[in-house]
Ligand binder design. Structure first.
Ligand SMILES: Cc1cc2nc3c(=O)[nH]c(=O)nc-3n(C[C@H](O)[C@H](O)[C@H](O)COP(=O)(O)OP(=O)(O)OC[C@H]3O[C@@H](n4cnc5c(N)ncnc54)[C@H](O)[C@@H]3O)c2cc1C
Length: 327
């Protein structure tokens, strides 16, 4: 299918319900294809296009990945290029404490290293210290709807750029924007991943009940999980979905650390994971009907992979719930 920056921007604006900054969205969409080509051609990052399932909100296949489909591989490859480059000096460990800007003109920075504080003269600084997810107080202040969730990002994301930028008189915006994830497996603290859902899986609460259209996205669903499942839900998958997700290192880690439970039927699965058996049975029957297209999904979910996969024809033998598993 042909793709374009216009189509990408339309997807972003639709998924964010018109809240995204259209100028910024346009700028990022315009540069996205060139960025992917630069990473592949100039930085030798072995990128490939994900085509085995659609990411939520994307009308075209445009998400790229690296072998293992995990961020650490990408970071290692980028670090190798940084180390090779004569244009970049790494100064690690060093924490940016402040930016010096007497009379509004940047003249240097103060950094803290294990040896103490030091001043480095510079005429320009790019503040790129990520967000403030690790700062509970700021999360509570700006994004109270997600303050009760488990934080699974870098402990260094304490909002230093926000603090320093505000001191310099910079404006801030979109402080309530965040990336959530409703598929963090516990207690292993590994990502089961949303490919489970996009391949056909569904989420249930302790009543064995679904609580929304899971395909709206893993970030959006974190809030739903907090509201309807106390932040603890189960992803129900079968063997086909399990096998489809093995291309993700995170999913393999989840399996290897015991995050997935197997059972032969809904009753046994409910007993294993401690959810209501009648609720789970009803949920699986309803999901089966929705996937078959014989009944409308009560949450309006339209994406059931077994239905959209080319060549799939509704027949009981191809139902996705023969051997349920949960993650
Ligand atoms: C579990 C997980 C899975 C993810 N999966 C995906 C995915 O599949 N695809 C995707 O596109 N994105 C994914 N993301 C999101 C992606 O990792 C981030 O969007 C991206 O890393 C943000 O880049 P950044 O450079 O803004 O911040 P970061 O990558 O966080 O870099 C900021 C750096 O600044 C440093 N720092 C902070 N404060 C200071 C200070 N005061 N002084 C000096 N240094 C400082 C930090 O240590 C860090 O190294 C995932 C994130 C997580 C947590």
């Amino acid at each position: 299918m042909a793709d374009s920056p216009e189509a990408f921007v339309a997807d972003i604006l639709a998924k964010t319900h018109g809240e995204a900054d259209p100028v910024l969205a346009r700028a990022l969409a315009e540069v996205s294809a060139r960025l992917v080509e630069w990473m592949a051609d100039d930085l030798a990052v072995p990128l490939s296009l994900v085509t085995d399932f659609p990411y939520p909100g994307h009308s075209s296949f445009r998400c790229h990945t690296v072998p293992g489909r995990i961020g650490t591989v990408l970071l290692d490859l980028l670090m190798a290029q940084v180390t090779k480059s004569e244009l970049i000096d790494m100064y690690v460990p060093a924490r940016l404490i402040d930016v010096l800007a007497p009379d509004g003109v940047v003249s240097g920075v103060i950094v803290e290293t294990p040896e103490g504080r030091e001043e480095i003269p510079t005429r320009a600084v790019l503040l790129a210290t990520n967000g403030f997810g690790a700062n509970r107080e700021l999360v509570q202040r700006y994004i109270p709807e997600i303050a009760g969730a488990v934080y699974h990002g870098s402990e260094e994301s304490t909002g230093d750029a926000l603090r320093i930028g505000a001191k310099l008189g910079a404006e801030s915006a979109y402080l309530d924007a965040y990336q959530g994830h409703a598929a963090l497996a516990m207690p292993s603290a590994t990502l089961a991943g949303w490919a489970t859902v996009m391949h056909g899986g569904l989420l249930v609460n302790s009543g064995g009940e679904r609580f929304g259209d899971e395909t709206q996205g893993y970030s959006e669903y974190a809030k739903e999980s907090l509201a309807h499942a106390d932040g603890r839900s189960w992803i129900i998958i079968d063997q086909r979905i399990h096998d489809s997700c093995l291309s993700f290192q995170d999913f393999r880690d989840t399996v290897e650390t015991g995050g997935v439970r197997w059972a032969g039927d809904a009753q046994a699965l409910a007993a294993q994971i401690g959810v209501d058996a009648d609720g789970l049975k009803k949920t699986l029957v309803r999901a089966r009907n929705a996937a078959l297209g014989t009944a409308a999904d009560s949450f309006g979910r339209m994406s059931w992979e077994a239905r959209w996969k080319a060549g799939w024809a509704p027949s009981p033998s191809s139902l996705p719930s023969s051997t349920p598993k949960a993650a």
